[in-house]
Design a protein around this ligand. Sequence first.
Ligand SMILES: [Zn+2]
Length: 268
Amino acid sequence: MKTGLAAGLAACLIFWGTFSCSAAAGDTDEAYCALKGKIVGEFSGTTPKEWGETVTGVRTELATNDIVIALTFDACGSMNGKGFDQKLISYLERENIPATLFINARWIDANRELFLRLAANPLFEIANHGTHHKPASVNGNRVYGMTGTRSIAELVDEIEINSIKIQRLTGKKPEYYRSGTAFYDEVAVSVANRLGYEVAGFTVLGDAGATYTGDQVKEALLKAEPGAIVILHMNHPEGQTAAGVMKAVPELRKRGFTFVKLSEYELR
Ligand SMILES: [Zn+2]
């Protein structure tokens, strides 16, 4: 007859056998695996009901009436998304415009020196844009022809492996997570919260994946209300995001807006 301990161990081994934990993180493997196992246990059997950009728990604006805008720039790191919009970032630096940068692991790998330079600049804060840029699902939901993470375990890896990479390079855990495509189910949002991140949606679609013309970017930005979070991209120098931002900023300043990082306000 098995002792309680042996039975417990056997159950534990069976449980651990349901997902792989080795992909992550070298010297933090053990702590990471323990955390991942705990979260898989906590959320297993939870079936999501929502799927979209504004599901329960996604924060879409700053909780303030101050006349401020938070510009956020994604760096997605897909096959043709590893570029760097030098013109855009130089403009932000020159004009002293703070911004929150959502960076994907593959972009970091392709631009390590640049990443370190951006992370060292107090004008910017680094946020988490996932490891493989997957929509945040717990059951493989799809959007834009992309399959989201297929399980809680895969979702934890998607969020946390990039976070660990960022922490190792910067010494700081990111405060915010935005999934690839900015799509979520509400269980995935809870998992991100449980891991210690706020999920940052947006109020204003600023450049539609860097496909807008400069005038469209300007038009989108000028619709921003106080407290807006604007989503834009910093990884497509061939696009017109920089041109649009440069057209909109002087006009927004005339209207009394100042620019802030997400962390300067509570989100709602
Ligand atoms: Zn992206």
